[in-house]
Design a protein around this ligand. Structure first.
Ligand SMILES: [Zn+2]
Length: 148
C-alpha cells in the first residue's frame, strides 16, 4: 500500500517529477543517438512506459532515468530524503516496479531496451560506446544468417 498523503514538500517534488523535455541528460542522449545514426521518436506514449526515445520499426527503446526518482542503485545521487522516509522508500520502490514492468512488456514485444542513467550522461564517451553496441543500425540484425 502506498502512504496516502505526501507532506507538502513531497507533493511539490511530485509535481516537479512530471517528465521534462529537453532536460540535459535527454539532450546528451539525443545527441549520441544522432551521432550513432539512430532515428527515433521522442516520448513514445503508445509504447509501454512511454520511452524517452524509441524506434518502433527497429524495435528499440531508451529510457533516460533520473537517479533520484528511479533510485539508481549504489548511486550517490539516489539519496533518500530524511523526512517521511517510509513515503519516499515506497515511492522509489513503486517507480522501480513500474520501470521493470515497462521493460518486461517491451521485451515481450521484441524490443531492445536500454536504460540510461542521468549520472552516465556526465561522461558521454562510455555511454556512446554502450549505446552504439546495443543500437547500431545494421541490416544484419534484420536478416537472419542463411547457411547453405
Ligand atoms: Zn546514477
Amino acid at each position: 500500500m502506498k502512504p496516502e498523503t505526501p507532506p507538502n514538500t513531497a507533493r511539490s517534488a511530485l509535481m516537479a517529477r512530471v517528465r521534462q523535455r529537453g532536460t540535459k541528460p535527454e539532450l546528451v542522449v539525443s545527441e549520441l543517438l544522432r551521432r550513432i545514426g539512430c532515428r527515433y521518436r521522442l516520448n513514445v506514449r503508445t509504447l509501454p512506459g512511454s520511452p524517452d526515445f524509441a524506434n518502433k520499426a527497429r524495435r528499440w527503446a531508451v529510457f533516460v532515468n533520473g537517479c533520484f526518482w528511479h533510485h539508481h542503485k549504489a548511486c550517490r545521487r539516489a539519496t533518500i530524503p530524511g523526512a517521511n522516509r517510509p513515503f519516499w522508500l515506497e515511492k522509489f520502490a513503486s517507480n522501480r516496479r513500474r520501470d521493470a514492468a515497462a521493460a518486461r512488456a517491451l521485451r515481450r514485444l521484441g524490443f531492445r531496451v536500454v536504460v540510461v542513467w542521468e549520472c552516465e550522461t556526465a561522461d558521454p564517451g562510455p555511454l556512446f560506446t554502450r549505446l552504439s553496441e546495443i543500437l547500431k543500425p545494421s541490416g544484419d540484425r534484420i536478416r537472419e544468417p542463411v547457411d547453405h
